[in-house]
Ligand binder design. Structure first.
Ligand code: AMP
Ligand code: MG
Length: 347
């Protein structure tokens, strides 16, 4: 297949919207990572998304909308929740959407009949997001459809934070790539389950449990499965979380302090990584070090750094662990641990 490359001009977004309306696939920028979009209401388009990514078909897709009102026909009322008059969307979801959308948060709600099983991986819930990127919203608006979009990478590879990353993985496998700006968020959206009485985070991201809790005035917890390792045997409610993800080709190790609170911690981590790297370099191995100054910087750069080091054929990547007592640090560490296959060196 010949992949066409489009700009973010109105004319080009219109062409992209036509492709989506005709059942095709378009990669587009969002504020988190690039998405691979298709008509969420067309099971055939969803099947094409899975095929293009090589993604297991039980891993559901997030449905992107450009206006809150677009969510109504996609969800169904469930027992035990409060609803505003005339809406099928629970009260709490209205409040979160009002406070946080457009933004990097996905809400899981009971799905309406019309949403194909192929889009939700056979689940009876649907994941919805209203992205903060203008090109993404314009594309959804011009197509007149909700757009199903997972991250636009080959399954298992680090998520793409630039259109060049998408080209690396999906050139020749999809209809079009919109050459938008690099993503500012850098990690995928927070997924929050809104089907129960209290909100539960299924995938951590830049929208923190503290933020959700302060908007709703109730506690917001993490799904226990994301707090442990995969081999702990807990089944995550977000099926995608069980797969190996974000893996660079190089062997990756995460260096972590036994005593996180120590004042010169950052320095000690760095010198421990340098010392060990030196030993491997003497054996002729190309060892690269990743050490970020802040959690936000880590979120923005992690995936693109992993892809860059793959291109440079690094043999090993040593990365400094982040402070997990901050929610953003915890979210980025969730990705780093998966990238490193839980390969941790404690010093
Ligand atoms: P990606 O599209 O690659 O960002 O992955 C989407 C993530 O959202 C995956 O981890 C999914 O498991 C999760 N997700 C999507 N839909 C649902 C749903 N209905 N229930 C729970 N998790 C979902
Ligand atoms: Mg993904």
């Amino acid at each position: 297949m010949n992949t066409i490359y489009l700009t973010t001009s109105e004319e080009d977004i219109r062409r992209a919207a036509e492709i989506i309306k005709n059942g095709g696939l378009v990669a587009f920028p969002t504020e988190t990572v690039y998405g691979l979009g298709g008509n969420a209401l067309d099971p055939e388009a969803s099947r094409r998304i899975y095929a293009a990514k090589g993604r297991p078909s039980d891993n559901p897709l997030i449905v992107h909308i450009s206006e809150f009102s677009q969510a109504e026909p996609l969800v169904k009322k469930a027992g035990g929740l409060q609803y505003p008059e005339g809406s099928r969307i629970p009260e709490a979801a209205h409040r979160l959407a009002e406070a946080i959308w457009p933004g990097p948060m996905t809400m899981v709600l009971p799905k309406a009949e019309g949403v194909p099983d192929a889009t939700t991986g056979g689940l009876d819930t649907v994941a919805l997001r209203l992205p903060a990127n203008d090109t993404a919203r314009r594309l959804i608006e011009l197509s007149g459809l909700p757009i199903a979009a997972p991250s636009a990478n080959l399954s298992g590879r680090p998520s793409p934070t630039s259109w060049e990353h998408v080209r690396e993985d999906l050139n020749g496998r999809i209809d079009a790539i919109i050459k938008g700006e690099p993503c500012i968020g850098g990690i995928e959206s927070t997924v929050v389950d809104m089907t129960g009485e209290l909100p539960v985070i299924l995938r951590p991201g830049l929208i923190t449990p503290e933020r959700i809790s302060s908007v709703l005035g109730v506690p917001c917890s993490y799904d226990p499965a994301i707090l442990g390792k995969p081999e702990d045997g807990l089944v995550p409610k977000a099926p995608g979380m069980k797969y190996r993800h974000y893996a660079p080709k190089a062997e990756m190790r995460l260096f972590r302090l036994k005593d996180e609170a120590s004042a010169d911690g950052h320095k000690r981590l760095l010198s421990a990584m340098e010392a060990e790297a030196e030993e491997y370099r003497r054996l002729g191995r190309d060892v690269e070090i990743l050490c970020y100054d802040s959690e936000r910087e880590a979120a923005e750069k992690l995936f693109s750094d992993l892809r860059r080091l793959d291109q440079e054929n690094a043999d090993m990547i040593f990365a400094a662990a982040l402070d997990q007592s901050s929610s953003i640090g915890f979210s980025v560490m969730n990705r780093m641990l998966k990238s490193a296959g839980y390969n941790i060196v404690e010093i």
